[in-house]
Design a protein. Sequence first.
Length: 381
Amino acid sequence: MQTIKFRVNNRDDAFFQALQKEVSTWLDKQKNGRYANTLMLAKGVLFLSLFWGAYALILFGGFSSIATILLYASMGVSGLLIAFNISHDACHDALTSSKLFNKVVYYLTFNPLGTDAYLWKLRHVHSHHPFPNVDHCDIDIDNNFLIRLSPNRPLLRHHRWQHVYGPFLYALYTLHWVFIKDWAYLFRKDLANLRDIKHPPGEVFGMIAAKAFYFFYLIVLPVGMGLHWATVLIGFLALHVVMSYFFLLTNIMNHHAQEADFPIRDEKGYLPGSWAQHQIATCVDFHPKSRVWNFFFGGFNSHAAHHLFPTVCHVHYVKLSEFIIDKAAAYGVAHKQMSWWAALVSHFRHLYDLGHMPPRTQADQQSQEQYENHQVSGEQP
């Protein structure tokens, strides 16, 4: 089993050392340090109220079928606002210093969206974050037959049309996650750089219970209280289509755009540069210094800040992004930032390019074959 590591240690990376010092000094002056503040509390109350308020109106409002379907769709929007702003920070232990409190908040806000909190944290924190955009180490680009997201993944004939059919597949993303992906990952022993996975029985039981509750409160209970079954099912579908597009069209270009790098490890398993340089190279920011975008998108628009400082609450990312941009310019590190629209266009151009581009070199093709046949593990910084 080969270990993946970075050629430059973070201690020898002048850019990251200078950045880390400036960020630490600033966070030390904040009332709650790197954790959440009163703004975060207000956002949590607002977005949770929007989600469960819409649900209460579905059950007790007595609205028409169209209005009920629109309320379901609004739950898709507010549900993603909860995931972006609360669940994600809790997943990274960035809300408070209490790991138990973070875990409870994470499970109570993420599982009601139909997606399993335990499995997503396993994939997101332990696979994606250490090695974003590295084949066989980042689950977000691995094992995707229909969409090719990395120039180092195999090119299949149907990929030439992925920029056309991609938007239609995107509409089903969260439905696939709820009904298929969670279950498939539950029974897989290997996921990207994660090997010989053994899930705690309590987490397996918890997933089954959470899924049952999800279908009960969104489908069974509304029908049982007199709503027409067709209205409920159409509303449930509308919730997922809205949630899917909202999630992907504000998140997928963070790593999957023309400007993002897809580093290749050498024959000894080394990735170029340092861990910090890798995070910068593989991230694309849009409006990273905007407080409005930060308020609604939970810092996903400031993705470099999140990947460099994942345990810092996103309410601090506007300031952290200023530090990153300044230090990157001073040390000659390429930080990518653009508008949301430009990032979205870049993503679809990326899909088009990868639908026609074979693996970049013959060595890459041979490397793919090699790593398909050998286990790969990841060494985190």
